[in-house]
Design a protein around this ligand. Structure first.
Ligand SMILES: Cc1cc2nc3c(=O)[nH]c(=O)nc-3n(C[C@H](O)[C@H](O)[C@H](O)COP(=O)(O)OP(=O)(O)OC[C@H]3O[C@@H](n4cnc5c(N)ncnc54)[C@H](O)[C@@H]3O)c2cc1C
Length: 288
């Protein structure tokens, strides 16, 4: 299919991009890697009149450390994330997640900012960002807002972004040394979106769970932060009975659609299976 007509802009400063987006209004969209937006335009599921390409703006790319946080520029590609030693060492769940996003071609163009701003519950990074307690930097004509990933997602393709906003960076607190982590994703084939997926980051102390955070992908209209399920696990040795309770609590907050990836009940169960597997791998990786 061929997209509808649109005008194309390539500003070279963030201020110009924000001004353009605000002036052009609701029918304008930022363009990052284009690997969600352009397919949607080709299917005529998105029909923006104006695209504001963010590639000409210096400073939106790169990975830097800021105290005990890692700040990733919105236009950093999934490929660049995978190539980063800093990420592999300090926040390895991001590396693991990037390896199961699409395929190398998509990862060469697709950006971290586009992945988290898109609002598609099938995107893998949002649940991981919720799990990690990340914050998004968003700029508009009124200045900068910092929005917790856990507060950002409001419905399928509805986020806290407002007309004229650009997400400029993602700020992630580094999990403590020795933490355990895993991203388990069930997909029908390489390159597919998740039927269900679970992200876990935990720490152990004397063999018991000291802290735990869980995110779930593609089992509701938004990514989910499974707060209750994680609370159940704290203080436990991740024994089978407690894991079963936590899995039930996580399954209880899901509300997936029945679609080509399976009926809703199956996808809920698969979220539970992915969580149990992620907990097992995270435990094996954690020291302490
Ligand atoms: C074949 C295929 C398989 C895929 N499989 C997966 C998968 O398994 N898992 C997964 O997570 N993704 C998958 N994707 C999607 C891919 O990861 C996209 O790259 C990503 O969802 C969007 O990033 P982008 O940079 O391409 O954004 P774009 O497509 O350019 O933009 C997406 C949306 O976000 C908005 N946007 C982008 N950047 C910003 C910004 N900085 N500020 C404000 N708004 C912004 C755009 O206006 C648009 O609405 C797949 C894509 C393809 C084509």
């Amino acid at each position: 299919m061929i997209p509808g007509p649109f005008s194309y802009y390539r500003p070279t400063t963030l201020a110009d991009a924000v001004k353009l987006l605000a002036t052009l209004g609701d029918e304008a969209r930022p363009l990052a890697g284009g690997h969600s937006l352009v397919p949607m335009m080709k299917l005529r599921l998105a029909t923006p009149d104006h695209l504001v390409d963010l590639h000409g703006i210096a400073g939106l790319k790169g990975i830097r450390r800021d105290g005990n946080k890692v700040v990733i520029g919105a236009m950093t590609t999934q490929h660049q994330l995978l190539a980063s030693d800093k990420i592999a060492k300090s926040i390895p769940i991001l590396h693991e997640t990037a390896t199961v996003i699409a395929d190398p071609q998509v990862r060469y163009r697709g950006t971290i900012g586009g992945n988290v701003a898109n609002g598609d519950p099938g995107n893998d990074m949002p649940a991981v960002m919720m799990c990690l307690g990340a914050t998004y930097h968003v700029i508009g004509q009124g200045g900068e807002r910092r929005i917790a990933a856990r507060d950002f997602y409001q419905g399928a393709y509805f986020t806290a972004l407002e007309t004229g906003n650009v997400l400029t960076a993602v700020r992630i607190p580094m999990p403590p040394a020795g933490h355990g982590y895993a991203y388990e994703k069930l997909k029908r084939k390489i390159g597919d979106y998740a039927t269900a997926a679970a992200a876990v980051v935990l720490t152990l102390s004397s063999g018991k769970v000291a802290t735990c955070s869980i995110g779930l992908t593609n089992v509701a209209e938004t990514p989910l932060w499974a707060e209750e399920a994680a609370k159940i696990l704290v203080g436990s040795s991740l024994d089978a009975a407690t894991v079963k309770k936590a899995v039930a609590a996580a399954e209880a907050i899901t509300a997936p659609a029945s679609d080509a990836r399976g009926p809703a009940q199956y996808r809920t169960k698969m979220a539970g299976v992915m969580l149990a597997r992620a907990l097992e791998r995270a435990k094996a990786r954690a020291s302490g």
